[in-house]
Design a protein around this ligand. Structure first.
Ligand SMILES: *[C@@H]1O[C@H](CO)[C@@H](O)[C@H](O)[C@H]1NC(C)=O
Ligand SMILES: *[C@@H]1O[C@H](CO)[C@@H](O)[C@H](O)[C@H]1NC(C)=O
Ligand SMILES: *[C@@H]1O[C@H](CO)[C@@H](O)[C@H](O)[C@H]1NC(C)=O
Length: 373
């Protein structure tokens, strides 16, 4: 699979030239990065940092680490994203469902207007919300996202989940405020067809899915015209998803990992809503701590590096500028065979984001996590 990435690497591609044009973000072929991780194509030099990128099956490149966002207050998010861009993040992950696209759009627009950034230097990802999971919903919600983000296109548009809920016109985000979804039938094949149409219309450069399981992706692959470029799923030390990751590699689908550092965001998300969850803290695992100490790195850096060496793109969240910087600083060290073996042994199939606490999602016919909870 790694060979697949390399074989489609066209060094003369206009994409690379286009990126080279800028002051802030110079494309740099770093031998070291290519050697240390076979799937890595080239690096972007941002603020003296060399950030590698992978190639999607549509030919475009995607930075090997992203900045994950979630629903926080607008002011805090604008400040955090500003720091993230300063730190060098150029791959930004959001979703209509997070209700945070507007502040993200404000920050990007500011950077672009001030000439600090070009649109094409950003890899912007957003997602079709569950209440838009029908053919007519795709264009409707993608257009809303583009307007919120103040851009003409996104680099990657994902179906947020395989399950759909009813769209209630007067309620902008059915289910979020009430926590009560009304399930709707969802035909993922006809939704996908419409995703393809939007890509062909130029509103998304690439399309993919999130929270789909293997059999759902297989159904798409059998019936699609454009193959999904990306699968975004929960991956961390205790949920490594080897089977699904291997399946995606075989099918040239890039995997992005949400919650790459474990349960922290889930724990704080629930705490804000008054539910105290007793979830294991992945980063305090003694094995991870030992390996971090060995390399003089943080536990988070070790786990992000683990993803990189597995060919997975982590999208960690952080609002702390120092930690954001640390999370990017994972391309100058390497985990050895012994580290990898020990980290692999931590896999315990512990899923934090199973959506069983979100209304009756688990009763949806397309609920993806039936067998492996
Ligand atoms: C690219 O990165 C390498 C490795 O960090 C560095 O030695 C080299 O000078 C850089 N080249 C350019 C053109 O920036
Ligand atoms: C999807 O593909 C399978 C296998 O090629 C085929 O049997 C099935 O009819 C297709 N479904 C749709 C809705 O096109
Ligand atoms: C995948 O999702 C389908 C729903 O489309 C479900 O029937 C199936 O059990 C799921 N597979 C696994 C492995 O959970």
């Amino acid at each position: 699979m790694f060979r697949l990435f390399l074989s489609c690497c066209n060094l003369n591609s206009s994409l690379l030239c286009r990126t080279t044009a800028s002051e802030i973000c110079k494309v740099n072929y770093s031998d070291r990065a290519v050697k240390s991780s076979k799937n890595i194509l080239y690096t972007q030099t941002i603020q003296k940092m060399h950030i590698p990128a992978l190639r999607l099956n549509n030919g475009n490149v995607i930075p090997a680490i992203g900045y994950g966002t979630s629903r926080e207050n607008d002011e805090a998010l604008e400040k955090a994203l500003d720091s993230a861009l300063k730190a060098g993040y150029r791959h930004i992950d959001t979703a209509h469902f997070y209700m945070n696209e507007k502040p993200i759009g404000n920050v990007l627009n500011r950077w672009i207007t001030e000439g600090k950034l070009k649109r094409e230097e950003i890899f912007l990802v957003t997602k079709l919300p569950p209440f838009g999971n029908r053919p007519a919903g795709v264009k409707k919600y993608l257009k809303q996202s583009l307007e919120n983000l103040q851009v003409e296109y996104v680099d990657l548009y994902l179906i947020h989940g395989p399950f759909g809920v009813k769209d209630v016109e007067e309620v902008p985000h059915p289910g979020i405020s009430s926590g009560n979804f009304e399930l709707d039938t969802t035909d993922i094949l006809s939704v996908w067809k419409e995703m393809e149409n939007q890509m062909n219309a130029g509103l998304a450069k690439a399309i993919g899915v999130s929270n789909f399981n293997k059999s759902q992706i297989e159904r798409l692959l059998k019936n699609c015209t454009i193959k999904p470029s990306c699968l975004q799923i929960e991956i961390h030390g205790y949920l490594q998803q080897n089977e699904l990751v291997d399946f995606c590699k075989t099918n040239n689908i890039i995997v992005t990992a949400f919650s790459p550092l474990g349960s922290r965001s889930m724990t704080s998300f629930s705490a804000k809503r008054g539910t105290k969850l007793d979830l294991p803290d992945v980063l305090s695992d003694p094995t991870i701590q030992k390996i971090a100490k060995k390399h003089s790195k943080t536990e988070a850096q070790v786990m992000l590096r683990f993803d990189i060496q597995r060919g997975i793109i982590p999208i960690p969240k952080s609002s702390n500028p120092e930690r954001m910087q640390q999370n990017l600083d994972i391309f100058e060290f390497e985990l050895d065979e012994q580290d990898l073996k020990e980290l692999k042994s931590l896999d315990a199939g512990i899923r934090f984001f199973h959506f069983r606490n979100v209304g009756c999602i688990a009763e949806h016919p397309e609920y993806p996590f039936e067998n492996k909870f």
